[in-house]
Write a protein that binds this ligand. Structure first.
Ligand SMILES: [Cu+2]
Length: 337
């Protein structure tokens, strides 16, 4: 019987390894669902790395397995193994292949980063030239610094400068120069995230955004470095005290996703979590107006229960109702104290 040539075996093995690796790269199921425009870009890159890793694993482990069977010590064979000094062409080969792979991955990753908007953070000419940013609250530190260093700047320009982060994920090449549909100021603190909607005056402990909108988060931190991460968006950005950062994204799928702090920021770092709710545009509008009304009502109530203008029994009334005693009783207790 004629023997099958080794080169044919190698070719078959190569084709098999390639097919399996590509399949594993597309079907590994390691990542959560994609919920932002940037997510498919990141996943495309990750999947290629998984394919390469699978191919390397199969080639290395497969070779070890085949060799340990084929070249095992036979019964009665007590001779030394073959002495191999080295193989120059082989060494060049296995140095060149990883170098090319790493170089290509490097170039590809920069391309992905660029398409995500990572190369152009803070390029918002529309904000820099706006002269009516009444709704933009300047960050105190940077505004003061700008005033001291250059008094010829207009206040609005200082506000815009303070508001323009130079670090983070900015507009994608397609959105370059366009203002974001929605701006949210995000503050990280030990141990919570605060979301402030400057255009509508709403404050929230959760991030709410409409699906399909170009959202710009302006991140800051009050105490230590925090990191804003939404796994389903495949996006992460540090919030740094004194240095404004930015994260711009488009959510593509309605739903509720976790917001995780991924910078060890103190004793309760692990509990520094909230969520981002991606609404349909109509749902978002009603959430926004509901909160505007609710937060305005809070304000009126706060004025109404101004303690200085109330008699002690008026002031204590809501508490006595809960305690089941008369206002007079409680008032006398308080007065005797
Ligand atoms: Cu944190």
């Amino acid at each position: 019987m004629q023997q099958i040539p080794v080169s044919l075996w190698t070719l078959t093995a190569g084709i098999l390894v390639t097919i399996i690796s590509i399949w594993v790269g597309q079907n590994h199921g390691l990542l959560p669902i994609q919920a932002s425009q940037q997510a498919p870009l990141v996943d495309g890159f990750f999947n290629i790395m998984v394919s390469i890793a699978t191919a390397l694993f199969l080639v290395v482990e497969g070779t070890i397995l085949i060799f340990s069977v084929k070249y095992r010590r036979r019964r009665g064979d007590d001779t030394d193994g073959v002495y191999v000094e080295g193989n120059f062409p082989l060494e060049v080969f296995w140095t060149a292949i990883p170098s090319i792979i790493v170089l290509c991955l490097g170039i590809y990753s920069v391309d992905v980063f660029n398409r995500m908007g990572g190369l152009e953070p803070g390029s918002h000419p529309h904000i820099a030239h706006s002269h009516a940013p009444a709704h933009i609250a300047p960050m105190p530190g940077s505004a003061i610094a700008a005033t001291l260093s250059d008094s010829s700047l207009h206040e609005s320009e200082i506000a815009a400068l303070a508001q323009t982060p130079e670090i983070g994920i900015g507009a994608t090449p397609k959105e370059q120069g366009k203002p974001a549909d929605l701006v949210v100021n995000v503050t990280g603190m030990q141990f919570a995230w605060l979301f402030d909607y400057p255009e509508s005056g709403v404050n929230a402990g959760e991030l709410h955004v409409p699906v399909g909108a170009d959202v710009q988060l302006n991140l800051s931190a009050t105490d230590v470095i925090h990191s804003f991460w939404v796994p389903q968006f495949r996006l992460k950005q540090d919030a740094i005290p004194g240095i404004p950062t930015e994260l711009r994204f488009v959510a593509t799928r309605p739903g509720t996703y976790p917001v995780v702090c991924t910078e060890l920021c103190g004793g309760y770092h692990g509990s520094m979590r909230t969520q981002v709710v991606v609404h349909t545009p109509e749902e978002f509008e009603s959430w926004l107006s509901e909160n505007q009304i609710a937060q305005q009502q809070d304000l009126k109530q706060a004025v109404a229960v101004q303690p200085a203008e109330l008699s002690p029994s008026e002031f204590l009334n809501p508490y006595t109702q809960q305690m089941g005693v008369s206002s007079a009783t409680l008032e006398s207790l308080v007065m005797n104290h």
